[in-house]
Design a protein around this ligand. Sequence first.
Ligand code: PLP
Ligand code: SF4
Length: 361
Amino acid sequence: MTTKSSAARALQGLAQAGLLPAVTPSLEQVAAQFAVAITPAMQALIDPDDPADPIAAQFVPSEQELRIQPGERADPIGDEAHSPLPGIVHRYPDRILLKLLHACPVYCRFCFRREQIGAHGEVLVPPALEQALAYIAAHKEIWEVILTGGDPLMLSDRRLADVIAGLNQIDHVKILRIHTRIPVVDPARVTPELIAALRGNLPSEAPVLTGAKEGKPVYVLLHCNHPRELTEAARAACARLVDAGFPMLSQSVLLRGVNDDAQTLGALMRALVESRVKPHYLHQLDQARGTGHFRVPLKRAQELVKSLRGYLSGLCQPTLMLDIPGGHGKVPVGPVFARTNDEDWIVEDHRGRLHEYKDGL
Ligand SMILES: *Cc1c(COP(=O)(O)O)cnc(C)c1O
Ligand code: SF4
């Protein structure tokens, strides 16, 4: 929920930029429920004369968001059920989400956490932050901490460095992971100071102390849905992160009208690999409220992913994932190429031809 005046201001800004024909009462209703923001980098990428522009479709609010479909819910992936304390979601034993803030530089119209994020979004501050770190320190089974939100790279360098320095002190945590859209939507945010912060160093203290700390391995997972998002500036931001030693992987959401054709999807995966970002997950859209106009049926999603296999490098193959509604976790739901009658196997090649396979035991 956003305050009425800030929602109206956001819409007026988009209308002035020529991205919305008019601010209607229905759009005001949308913006009052679901936050609206588009960064200058993404505004510049939108072709206002193209009614089907895939960048506009992701960020410009639409009256269709008022249509709530059966099955859509406020907490589609069941974060609430697995949250032992504010800011933490602990669904799998070895890894947790640490939600540092609920703000994003852009607000995707299909966001799975759209009920929690926005201008009002809380930031995890002391003492809640200390309690979250104490929880992680007390749970020895936590091998990986995933910083998410919102977008964790919206935090100031100082705040981010503090959190990461805190995590660097917990021995059993071996891996840090950042879920972010920043390198694409605000590439200028990827500065040397940010890179220092990701290692747990404050930019001011690094030269003074006995040398900069290396920190734990940090993996950066980039949310990116369309090849056009990978502008020269975005690619350069990814290069700065990878060159600094942070491996990058991608998460994309399969979206009707944005990337639900084999050509766009293939171009996206190639553009990611060319940017040294390994395609990782392709998400079946979560059933958040008012997102039905983006939904691609799972059968079609499987066909699309199947169409990439064999025709694009293995580096370009993402895993199609479904977060089972109700908090049961993520599972791969991609195409199946091997079937068995419990004795023999029938395996399908990328051209759709079937082959027998025996285990040979
Ligand atoms: C998505 C998610 C993770 C990470 O799962 P991976 O398959 O390792 O990417 C961890 N915890 C929660 C609660 C999640 O929703
Ligand atoms: S960047 Fe992620 S959390 Fe932020 S609005 Fe988009 S989908 Fe939601």
